[in-house]
Design a protein around this ligand. Structure first.
Ligand code: ADP
Length: 309
């Protein structure tokens, strides 16, 4: 049997983490204690999650013509991701996040979109066969909306299941994006920014979900952190799917682990409720160790029953 096939259109970033006792003041030079790098970008994170579960995954995106770009392409390839449609932009940097963390665990973060900001509808068109040939398309909000729209239109026309992960919310989401989403997936904060409903209780989440459905999405899936998620669909489903209770040490990238896993299981033909339960279980594993991609489990590390298709 062919491996479940997923296409991700999205961002590819390098996180650069500098650890300092305190933050420097303007004009000040400080010696930090430690420096680490980590592969990131919501698109790449979700693609890596699919790859680690054993999916057949292609990625559409852009890197700059710098050493980071080459390195990130190598990382995608090493994870088994088809990066033929990860293009290189001349004269711009790759996407980076420059992060400082102080002794109190506070951070400052500067994100430079770089080449991620240059992904175009033409890039998406070049990957038409990869998108139309997939079972599931995953999009987020770290590349231009025009590229997402092009991908969502292509996928819908080809009968590919579309998951739009509205993260991070920056500006308006066009009406057509809702209409082209089989599953529109925000977290609580994003749901509030999009709908104006503060999401504290399940009823708040239901109200936010109903607005998302009114805007044309076929289903709304709101992730609720340690509470799991709420799934509400235009055809009447309304389900809370709890996650596994664990001791969370670092929830960075949990949303991407969840969305990537969901994409994989839906592409595999697993029933929706079960796919969401398993995505919860895998995201819950990811929060138990530090880092983003480094906290995503590989197939071999998972209980076999989680992988039965
Ligand atoms: P984001 O990472 O985008 O902020 P959430 O915090 O809603 O998104 O988390 C996404 C998913 O990760 C949740 O739906 C859940 O499956 C899992 N998750 C997050 N935090 C925890 C936690 N503390 N314990 C167990 N699972 C968690």
């Amino acid at each position: 049997m062919n491996a479940p096939s997923v296409c991700v259109v999205g961002s590819i970033n390098l996180d650069m983490n500098a650890y300092v006792h305190r933050f420097p003041r303007p004009g000040e030079t400080l010696h930090g204690g430690r420096f680490t790098t980590g592969y990131g970008g919501k698109g790449a994170n979700q693609a890596v999650m699919v790859a680690r579960l054993g999916g057949n995954i292609s990625m559409v995106g852009r890197v700059g013509d710098d050493i980071f770009g080459q390195d990130m392409r190598r990382n995608l390839a090493a994870e088994g991701i088809d990066a033929r449609f990860v293009f290189e932009s001349a004269g711009v940097s790759s996407g980076v996040a420059v992060i400082t963390v102080d002794d109190n665990g506070q951070n400052t973060i500067i994100v430079i979109a770089g080449a991620n900001g240059l992904v175009t509808p033409d890039d998406v068109a070049a990957a038409q066969a990869a998108i139309a040939g997939a079972r599931v398309l995953l999009c987020q909000m770290e590349v231009p909306m025009a590229a997402n729209l092009a991908a969502l239109r292509l996928a819908r026309a080809a009968g590919v299941t579309t998951i739009f992960n509205s993260a991070p919310v920056s500006g308006e989401v066009p009406a057509e994006v809702y209409q082209l989403a089989d599953i529109f997936c925000p977290n609580e904060t994003e749901a509030e920014l999009l709908t104006g409903i503060e999401v504290h209780t399940l009823d708040d989440a239901r109200l936010a979900a109903s607005i998302i459905l009114d805007r044309g999405a076929r289903a709304a899936l709101i992730t609720l952190g340690a509470r799991g998620c709420l799934y509400v669909s235009a055809d009447g489903a309304d389900e809370v799917i709890p996650t596994v209770e664990v001791n969370a040490v670092d929830t960075t990238g949990a949303g991407d682990a969840f969305v990537g896993s969901l994409g994989y299981f839906l592409a595999a033909g697993v029933a929706l409720g079960t796919a969401i339960e398993r995505a919860n279980a895998i995201a819950a594993i990811s929060v138990q160790s530090p880092g983003t991609q480094s906290s995503y489990p590989r197939r071999e590390q998972l209980p076999p029953e989680l992988l039965v298709l």
